[in-house]
Ligand binder design. Structure first.
Ligand SMILES: NC(=O)c1ccc[n+]([C@@H]2O[C@H](COP(=O)([O-])OP(=O)(O)OC[C@H]3O[C@@H](n4cnc5c(N)ncnc54)[C@H](OP(=O)(O)O)[C@@H]3O)[C@@H](O)[C@H]2O)c1
Length: 257
């Protein structure tokens, strides 16, 4: 059980959804958990629930995360904070693109830059990146989201190359739809409306299923690296093929059902 190797964790996006569940699970496994997010009330709630150490920090602020990790010895880094915006490149504005790059990609890269050297020096550590099926499949819209998640997929693989020879493990967890409030945030609708639209009557994975995957990857022996877990709802599949037919000025779009 590699858990005995790990004493401390830093989880971004711990104020909600998957990050909350992962932070809670790592506490239950006996780790000291630094929980990062912007919503200090939610972080305090999590602290009261399970004793995480809350840090109200915007991960897009590189100076703030630099200050946050200064002096910390972190054995497990979980890059989970994420934002998503609807729309193709045609509907994106400058803020949409910058925010997603800053939170979903830049923050993760900087945290790896800051924490990986200590893990390599100690010859022990684990980085878990929560990406998305959006990094591997195209399903239209959310272009910057797809791009940042694809980038973190590559980062996850590259990290293993960078850490080669040391007992530092890297796991990418690539979920499909999971029941969280992210859809309410994306569409700027109430959690109840989002629930009706995205979850009701569907059998969608829960945040505890993602925490199970993290626990599994961390708990394997240190000589095993679980590189990637694609965690999709059984009743959700990516894929399909569309072909457009041009007849004069008309465009007929076809696709499989
Ligand atoms: N739910 C899904 O269906 C799904 C599917 C595939 C992948 N994912 C990915 O899984 C991860 C977790 O998503 P979730 O569904 O649990 O989302 P969520 O419920 O919306 O939680 C997002 C978390 O990210 C944090 N966050 C966002 N911007 C931040 C910033 N600038 N600084 C610090 N923290 C920030 C939020 O905290 P504050 O608001 O407190 O800042 C919150 O804790 C994300 O990376 C997401 O892209 C989600």
């Amino acid at each position: 059980m590699a858990f005995e190797e790990y004493k401390t964790a830093l989880v971004t996006g711990a104020s909600a959804g998957m990050g909350w569940a992962i932070a809670e699970r790592l506490r239950a496994k006996g780790l000291t958990v630094h929980a990062v997010g912007r919503n200090s009330e939610k972080l305090k709630e999590l602290e009261a629930l399970c004793g995480v150490i809350p840090h109200t920090v915007d991960v897009a602020d590189t100076a703030a995360i630099t200050e946050l990790v200064e002096g910390l010895q972190i054995d497990v880094l979980v890059n989970c904070a994420g934002v998503s915006r609807p729309g193709s490149i045609l509907q994106s504005d400058a803020y949409d693109i910058d925010e997603q790059i800053n939170v979903n990609l830049r923050a993760g890269l900087h945290l790896c830059r800051m924490l990986l050297p200590g893990m390599m020096e100690r010859d022990s550590g684990h980085i878990v990146n929560i990406t998305s099926m959006a990094g591997l499949y195209e399903f239209g819209g959310h272009i910057a989201y797809h791009a940042t998640k694809a980038a973190m997929h590559t980062v996850s693989r590259q990290l293993r190359v960078d850490a080669f020879g040391r007992r530092v493990r890297v796991t990418e967890i690539s979920p499909g739809r999971v029941e969280t409030d992210i859809f309410a945030r994306v569409e700027k609708i109430s959690p109840e409306e989002a629930k009706a639209k995205y979850f009701e009557g569907m059998e969608m994975p829960q945040t505890s299923d993602v925490a199970d995957a993290v626990e599994y990857a961390l708990g394997t022996p240190q000589y095993v690296n679980i590189g990637m877990i694609e965690l999709l709802p059984t009743l959700q599949v990516p894929g399909g093929l569309r072909t457009a037919k041009r007849v004069g000025d008309d465009v007929i779009l076809t696709g499989n059902k």
